[in-house]
Design a protein around this ligand. Structure first.
Ligand code: U2P
Length: 281
């Protein structure tokens, strides 16, 4: 007789309860969570549907960055960024969820040594914080983005170098700051602009609808979306989950695009505390 088979009615009931618990836990660990860990040895998440280029507005992000350190571009004085900078290139699903941390490959700065100048300028960290790594510990902003999102960008993006180069190329090709400036949406600490006007300016230039995230009425992030061949597409997705995610950060009808007041030593010696680069916030 098979020792694993239930022998009585009460055994059978216990079995059924166990099977139910295991299947519920299994469901929680896979498709229903927002971020799906693939990981080596674990079934990889399904291929993503589209890319989202996430851009940050330093004029909004920097004032919320309370500390200075050499890795925080907000603290570069007159060289601090005044245009949208890159947050990351994110592979997403049409249902509003996204895969994350799909392999265990770790960030190697040496692989992108030839890209460091443009990365420092256009993809800088705007804080002194060290983001969490996929599998424990803290790391750099670039390491976080490539390990969390770059590893899920296959088969379009093949490796770390390709992830950063591709992102820079897309960023240069679709210059949001230039489009907004040309439409009259210039950085200002007093003006408010119609959100619809900002969206229309980008739609007219790129023939696709972006999405935006705000903080206290100021544009904090702007997202451009692309098909896998990097043709622009609308960012809006139908799912209620997506509207839940963005409802917390949605923008009012009139928004500001604050001009960045540098946290750097040149401009403000007293207002900020300097921390070592590896300080964890
Ligand atoms: O929105 C908060 C954080 O969730 C991650 N995110 C959001 C939207 C999306 O389409 N894809 C995605 O990954 C981002 O995490 P991060 O890369 O910053 O760790 C975003 O900041």
């Amino acid at each position: 007789m098979n020792p694993f088979l239930p022998k009585s009615k009460s055994d059978l009931l216990l079995w059924q309860v166990l099977v139910f618990i295991i299947s519920v836990l299994g469901g929680l660990c896979s498709g229903s969570s927002l971020e799906i860990n693939g990981g080596d040895g674990v079934a990889a998440p399904r291929e993503f549907d589209y890319f989202k280029l996430a851009l940050q507005w330093p004029g909004t992000v920097c004032p919320r960055s309370r500390h200075c350190c050499s890795s925080n571009a907000c603290c570069r004085g007159s060289n601090a960024p005044t245009e949208f900078t890159i947050h990351g290139l994110w592979p997403d699903y049409n249902d509003g969820t996204w895969p994350a941390c799909c392999t265990r490959s770790s960030f190697d700065r040496k692989e992108i040594s030839t890209l460091l100048d443009p990365l420092e300028k256009y993809w800088p960290s705007l804080s002194c914080g060290s983001p969490s790594k996929c599998y424990g510990g803290k790391g750099s902003f670039w390491g976080h983005e490539v390990e969390k999102h770059g590893t899920c960008s296959s088969p379009v993006v093949r490796d770390e170098y390709n992830y950063f180069l591709t992102t820079l190329n897309v960023y240069f090709k679709y210059n949001v700051t230039r489009v907004l400036n040309e439409a009259g949406y210039v950085p200002s600490n007093s003006e408010k602009y119609p959100l619809g006007g900002i969206v229309s300016a980008i739609e007219n230039a790129f023939h696709a609808t972006p999405s935006l995230a705000c903080s206290n009425g100021a544009v904090k992030e702007l997202y451009l979306c692309f098909n896998k061949d990097f043709k622009p597409r609308d960012c809006a997705v139908r799912s209620s989950l997506q509207s839940e995610i963005f409802s917390q950060s949605s923008c009012p009808t009139y928004v500001s695009l604050p001009a960045h007041v540098s946290l750097g030593l040149e401009d403000d010696r007293t207002a900020v505390a300097w921390l070592p680069d590896n300080e964890i916030l």
